[in-house]
Design a protein around this ligand. Sequence first.
Ligand SMILES: [Zn+2]
Ligand SMILES: [Zn+2]
Length: 340
Amino acid sequence: MSDSSNNTHTASNAYENKHWQYHPTLPLQPGPLFTRPFSPLAVFRWLVQQWLPFSDRLLILILALVSWAFFTPSLAQSQQLQWGWISSLLLRNMLLMVLVAGGLHLYLNILKPQGDQRRFDGSILGHNKRFTFGHQVHDNIFWTCASGVPIWTAYEVLMLWAMAHGHVPALSNTVAGLCLTALLLFLIPLWETFYFHWIHRLLHWPPLYRLAHNVHHRNTNVGPWSGLSMHPIEHFLYLGTVLIHFVVPANPLVIIYHLQFFALSAPTSHAGHEGIILGNKNVMPLGGFFHQLHHRHFDCNYGNLAIPFDRWLNSMHGGTEESHQAFITQRLKKKERYFT
Ligand SMILES: [Zn+2]
Ligand SMILES: [Zn+2]
């Protein structure tokens, strides 16, 4: 059961007790951006907490800065599509994925210094016939590395090449350009909330679900390698977010961070644990319980809690018994296609 001291279990929360090894305080609540009455102070605190003192988005920003400074070709080099720099980007991205997804998997699921603390679902990520190679982790590594990382790299190559040829509107190197760069880096995670929700709903359109998204949904429980474990069609759609920079001005750092945020926050958001725990303190928040509920039940919680589209569209599962009953009723009413 939950090790959270601020959760009190009663007879009315049978769903939470029966289904989860750990859960955060329930019911889940949307963030303060769209909560009424609107509180600027609550929004400010929430935005700061998204980044500080440490977070996956801050880690990814550091990785993007290092990648941009030391492991990215100049725009002059990018004008010619040559295997040398393209292969070095592929290798760099592969190493980043192994560092983040592999590092989290090693820490949380193999070495396990925090045991099962803050682990949502107690089931093992192991042998199962429904996965490629008959093993969940091997399947997830395969789809991530054989499709996800190459498609991420292909988009990066396309955007750098397009930028080098003037097809992408460029941010200037003036103070105004630097301020806009900082603003875009800050906004990309919020943009992800919007973009992911709608792409994800599209992926649940039955023909597209059967063709592509079911590869990701083999994972009813998730681990870090599950995040970018998708069919190539889903990779093209999900990472296609970066094409917005054919309209929205950018520079190589913005392109690199945009793609790295989408690619590398997938493992962190599917970590299956609420965070890295040191001395009972969550020093780095990770996987969201909101999306974990989506993996368990399929047809709820398509987005996340920053912009509460799911609440507005009546597809939100808040994690409680009451919420689960409402979800089941809703599912029966709509004659839903997928059944757990
Ligand atoms: Zn997922
Ligand atoms: Zn889905």
